[in-house]
Design a protein around this ligand. Structure first.
Ligand code: VIB
Length: 207
């Protein structure tokens, strides 16, 4: 029996909802998030995206050639994204040279350990991490300033298309995967969802 990304989501709907619907995002929408909460998220997410970039590079190194276009597109976008994070931090007079909080550290380590899993599991994990932001920033609807550009960055239709291509690539690998590997892929999505929820909570707690 073959497993798909959509089926994994369906199997864990309540958990996925908690990963993508959080008072932090609702607070951005309502204008009730404090600068301290938002800045904590910004600085920690920059650290996370640095580790994510290393993970994507490792995934590329084991991917089949016909997956390169999508993955290289993701890596190219990250060049711009890392510089954009630095610009946002500078606007807010924030130093990015801060220690990772525990949740950020643990999530980063999880990304590091994904390299030990089969490519099918890595491709599924990559898709889940990207989908979490694509849906999370989209679901509240249009965001007020100064959060509009954050929501647009990950909610825009081009990014949605990229996430769909990641799902296609993961599905293709899951089709030929053993039941054990399929199980590992599903467990990876569960862990991503748990970390996503915890990451929002980490920032929300900074008030
Ligand atoms: C906690 C956390 N989870 C997921 C993402 C999503 N994400 C990771 S790197 C990247 C850039 C585009 O590929 C995006 C959207 C994030 N930023 N932070």
């Amino acid at each position: 029996m073959s497993l798909t990304c959509q089926e994994i989501l369906k199997n864990h709907q309540p958990l996925w909802q908690e990963a993508t619907v959080h008072p932090f995002l609702e607070g951005c929408k309502q204008g009730t998030i404090t600068p301290e909460q938002f800045n904590t998220w910004l600085v920690q997410d920059y650290q996370f995206v640095v580790e994510f970039t290393r993970m994507l590079a490792r995934i590329l190194s084991v991917a089949p050639r016909h997956h390169f276009d999508v993955l290289l597109g993701g890596l190219t976008a990250l060049k711009d994204e890392l510089n954009w994070f630095q610009a946002k931090a500078a606007e807010r007079n924030l130093s990015l040279d801060v220690a990772k909080q525990r949740t950020c550290e643990e999530y980063s380590q999880f990304l590091g350990n994904l390299a030990r899993t089969p490519y099918a599991v890595q491709a599924t994990g990559l898709w889940a991490v990207e989908l979490a932001y694509n849906q999370g920033w989209q679901l509240p609807g249009p965001m007020p300033e100064p959060y509009t550009e954050f929501a647009d960055r990950w909610g825009n239709s081009g990014f949605t298309d990229y996430v769909k291509l990641l799902a296609q690539q993961a599905d293709e690998m899951l089709r030929d995967a053993s039941p054990e590997v399929q199980k590992e892929a599903e467990q990876t999505v569960i862990t991503v969802a748990q970390f996503e929820k915890a990451f929002w909570q980490m920032a929300f707690n900074a008030s």
